[in-house]
Ligand binder design. Structure first.
Ligand SMILES: [Zn+2]
Length: 251
């Protein structure tokens, strides 16, 4: 545990606290197998180490038990005037519960383990730019997707990270309930901190289904957010020089 202050990390702390008290529920969950599909999903997603699975079960069972999720989706179906028992919907609660766990799996990612073994000493200080990383996230206000492209630039201060790791960091922050502005800042703060970079810039361009589906914005409306740290904050021309993609609204 590193103390990095993100939602995931804060949630982890709460989970640690709840660990002991939830073991009974975790055990009951594994013995009664309340939902085989979700059991299997947890096993597949979290590997075969029993300690790891128990920890995640505690998270899922102690904080957000899977079974009430199925009931909740059923209630939602009733709420929109549907018959949750008709053939096409009978398995929908299970599918939705599984899908929600997949698209929020970023909470369970150990961000530092992504970077472990992939940091290299590199002294030349040349800017590193990674553009056009596709991301999919879930708007926390409406539980509808927003998705788009992420662009990251940083100026190394003696340390670089393997290029393939940056998309994984983006994904770990995207696979949560998010607002785009916060996601942008979280990626920037995490990279700036771990890379000890001289400057970090993160730009997200997202299409929010909660806006376009409801006609709140143009169907092609793209929301741009950016977070600038260090040298990028001190010298706005630097961003334009490295990522010339037009005017932005700073966050
Ligand atoms: Zn929304």
């Amino acid at each position: 545990m590193t103390g990095f202050s993100t939602n995931g990390r804060l949630e982890q702390a709460a989970i640690e606290q709840a660990l002991e008290g939830s073991l009974t529920m975790a055990e009951r969950h594994s013995s009664e197998s309340l939902d085989p599909i979700i059991d299997r999903f947890l096993l597949e997603t979290n590997g075969s180490s029993s300690g790891k699975i128990e920890h995640v079960r505690t998270h899922r069972s102690g904080v957000r038990p899977p079974n009430p999720m199925l009931d909740a989706v059923r209630e939602l179906l009733l709420g929109v005037g549907e018959d949750p028992d008709r053939e096409g919907l009978i398995d929908t609660p299970k599918r939705v519960a599984k899908m929600l766990r997949e698209v929020t799996s970023g909470y369970d990612v150990d961000l530092d383990s992504i970077l472990n073994g992939a940091m290299f000493e590199e002294g030349d200080g040349q800017p590193v730019v990674v553009r056009d990383m596709t991301f999919y996230s879930l708007c926390e206000h409406h539980l509808l997707p927003f998705h788009g492209k992420a662009h990251v630039a940083y100026i190394p201060n003696g340390r670089v990270v393997g290029l393939s790791k940056i998309p994984r960091v983006v994904e770990a922050f995207a696979r949560r309930l998010q607002v785009q502005e916060r996601m942008t800042s979280q990626i920037a703060d995490f990279l700036e901190d771990r890379l000890d970079a001289a400057g970090t810039a993160v730009i997200l361009e997202g299409v929010h289904l909660c806006a376009v589906m409801r006609g709140v914005s143009q169907p092609t409306g793209v929301m741009r957010t950016q977070a600038l740290r260090g040298a990028f904050k001190d010298d706005p021309a630097l961003l334009e020089q490295l990522m010339p993609i037009g005017p932005t609204s700073q966050s």
